[in-house]
Design a protein around this ligand. Structure first.
Ligand code: B1M
Length: 235
């Protein structure tokens, strides 16, 4: 990076230039700059959701392409991820303070063998913002961890995330274990992560595949109200 880049005054950029610069800064793992960019966009009246999707998620998409193509490696991607998390930490309380009425409860975690958590964290943030109570189990969860959390928190929804083709089959292990214990139908099971699709979700016996965090929120709301209606009709 040149000296002139070091001295760049982010406030002097218009919105489009700033977002492009934030994509570069995310790519370069410059957490302070990414956070500054987030704050500037918020000051300029951008909604937290718009900052999240257009500046952060899009920046991470670009990182993902170059990671796939062997241009970026794990250490660089980790720095990018760290920068993304810095920006998300600013947005989290703003997304959560929408004053939405309480909707229900969700336990969510990334499956065993998988340490990707950015997408899951985003889902948690958006669900909280929509009025759900979220219990986040973090990464690398064996089936026992999910079961313990279901017992302890009695959520309406179980969410599972997987970003690797090698870890996504573990979701089936969790669902099959729930079936064996006779508790599968007590919960709405939602799954997500870049390598999944609807056919996979159907095949493993999940209730729905969620392409992104916004879809997760909509799906959770729809399925929960359907469940409440069914219970109401039976009563
Ligand atoms: Co990894 N990685 N990674 N990685 N990494 C991928 C997933 C990969 C596609 C990159 C690539 O090759 N293009 C590839 C997987 C290939 C495959 O399996 N087919 C890959 C690989 C190979 C690996 C390693 C094996 C690399 C290595 O060590 N050689 C290794 C595995 C480690 C492990 O888990 N055991 C690894 C490691 C890492 C880092 C640690 C460096 C870092 C993770 C840091 C972190 O998460 N804290 C990392 C990252 C950042 C990525 C990419 C670049 C970005 C993922 C991300 O955060 N996306 C990723 C490339 C890609 O996905 N294009 C890649 C942004 C996020 C907002 O999107 O996670 O898709 P996403 O979440 C979305 C939706 O999917 C959905 O909503 C979210 C928000 O809209 N969603 C859900 C996700 N979970 C949900 C749960 C729900 C609902 C919706 O429940 C209800």
């Amino acid at each position: 990076m040149s000296d002139s880049d070091d001295d760049l005054d982010l406030r002097s950029l218009d919105d489009e230039e700033l977002v492009a610069q934030m994509h570069d800064d995310l790519y370069d793992g410059l957490k302070d700059e990414v956070c500054e960019g987030v704050n500037i966009l918020l000051e300029r009246g951008w909604t937290p959701y718009r900052v999240l999707t257009e500046a952060l998620v899009e920046g991470m998409r670009i990182v993902g392409v170059d990671f796939r193509d062997g241009i970026l490696f794990v250490p660089e991607v980790l720095m990018a991820a760290n920068s993304m998390k810095g920006g998300m930490a600013i947005l989290r309380p703003l997304l959560a303070e929408t004053g939405a009425p309480k909707q229900g409860k969700m336990v969510i975690g990334t499956v065993k063998g998988d340490i990707h958590d950015i997408g899951k964290n985003l889902v948690s943030m958006m669900m909280e913002g929509a009025g759900f109570e979220v219990i986040d189990l973090g990464i690398n969860n064996p089936v026992e961890k999910y079961l313990e959390a279901l017992k302890e928190h009695e959520p309406d929804i179980l969410g599972m995330s997987a970003l690797l083709t090698t870890t996504m089959p573990y979701m089936k292990v969790v669902i099959e274990t729930m079936k064996e214990l006779g508790i599968r139908d007590d919960y709405i099971v939602l799954v997500g992560g870049a390598p999944l699709n609807e056919a996979f979700a159907n095949a493993i016996g999940a209730d729905a595949y969620c392409r992104d965090a916004a879809v997760a929120v909509e799906t959770a709301k729809t399925m929960l109200s359907r469940k409440h209606n069914q219970i109401g009709a039976r009563a």
